[in-house]
Design a protein around this ligand. Structure first.
Ligand code: GDP
Ligand code: MG
Length: 342
């Protein structure tokens, strides 16, 4: 077995950090260690946290982590920033907010920023989550900045997805614009101490009604109830469907954190009932295989197209001699895919 993998399984945090760096930079040796660790994955509860910058995600992760640590469970935090090519501002801020977690050996914090393609970041994040899972953490928390498609991709790796909103961040609820409400299992309205709370909650409830047919009766049934709607109360009718819940928090003083943990545990319990977790994992593996296949095929294709051919085609398209789709057909037809029998 790969030496690095063995060390990681034995709880060596330096080896863990080293492999994460290798994977982040797509360097040699990563795949070997990943393969060795793979049979040890599948035990962590993976939580995705997303939402607009400044909503309080990192503060919330910090508060959640402290509460979960009090139960004796271990937590790995992966802060992914798809918007920044460097480990710049957002993540630096995160470090400061999570500072009081350092020194606890049951907590591991790691950040990752875009290097090269967004697809590359999604792959690296997925591998990183797997490594942290194999390293034995009870919870792996992935925080991403609300930034469209890449964030959806990253949040999709999680079992429980939290979308964090805050009042007074503009007229609209940000998640609506980004189209990430559909992937939320739990909607967190953080900064519940701030003005505009009622408007934000009303907007979220409305969106839930529109977006989740199953939640319709539920939401109207709780009409006027402004406090969190804990999941256990709504499992009486149908175990098959998870209805997103809204939880209010003040991450800076810990208000609502217990309710949030309750909602996370309820969702986890839901997943473990009736094979939901297996189904979710099947879908995630399908998506991952497609992603990897797309990436591998594209790489192979591009290796087979000469720069000369490509620039000729670009020119022809630009001169309106050929529409782009025909150029693609030509490239595909002209390619001979030798079955790789190295
Ligand atoms: N008033 C108030 N401020 C908060 C709350 N949660 C976080 N903040 C502050 O909001 C700012 C952004 O928080 P941060 O966790 O970095 O947000 P992120 O960008 O979503 O990770 C920080 O100054 C926090 O102290 C809250 O519940 N109430
Ligand atoms: Mg943050």
């Amino acid at each position: 077995m790969s030496g690095l993998a063995t060390q990681i399984l034995q709880g060596d945090r330096r080896a863990l950090a080293r492999l994460l760096t290798i994977v982040e930079n797509a360097r040699e040796g990563g795949d070997h260690a990943l393969a060795a660790l793979f049979p040890h994955t599948g035990h962590a509860h993976i939580i995705g946290i997303t939402g607009p910058p400044g909503a309080g995600k990192s503060t919330l992760v910090s508060a959640l982590t402290k509460a979960v640590r009090a139960q004796g469970k271990t937590v790995a935090i992966l802060a992914v920033d798809p918007t920044s090519p460097f480990s710049g501002g957002a993540i630096l801020g995160d470090r400061i907010r999570m500072r009081d977690l350092s020194g606890d050996s049951g907590v591991f914090i790691r950040s990752m920023a875009t290097r090269g393609s967004l697809g590359g970041l999604a792959r690296a994040a997925r591998d990183a989550v797997r490594i942290l899972d194999a390293a034995g953490f009870d919870y792996v928390v992935v925080e991403t900045v609300g930034a469209g498609q890449s964030e959806v991709e990253i949040a999709r790796m999680a079992q429980t997805v939290l979308v964090v909103e805050a009042p007074g961040m503009g007229d609209d609820v940000q998640a609506i614009k980004a189209g990430i409400l559909e992937i939320a299992d739990i909607l967190v309205v953080n900064k519940a101490d701030r003005p505009g709370l009622d408007n934000t909650i009303r907007a979220l409830k409305l969106m839930l009604e529109l977006g989740h047919p199953a939640s319709r009766s539920q939401v109207s049934g709780h009409h006027g109830a402004m406090m969190s709607t804990p999941a256990p109360t709504m499992t009486s009718v149908d175990h098959a469907l998870w209805i997103p819940v809204i939880v209010q928090t003040v991450a800076t003083d810990g208000r609502g954190i217990d309710e949030l943990i309750g909602a996370i545990e309820a969702h986890q319990a839901h997943l473990r009932r009736n094979g939901h977790l297996r189904e979710l994992e099947q879908r995630q593996i399908e998506i991952e295989l497609q992603d990897r296949l797309r990436e591998a095929l594209l790489t192979r294709l591009l290796e087979n197209i000469s720069a000369q051919d490509l620039s000729t085609l670009v020119e022809r398209i630009q001169q309106r001699h050929m529409p782009p789709h025909e150029a693609v057909d030509m490239l595909l037809a002209g390619l001979r895919f030798e079955p790789s029998e190295e």
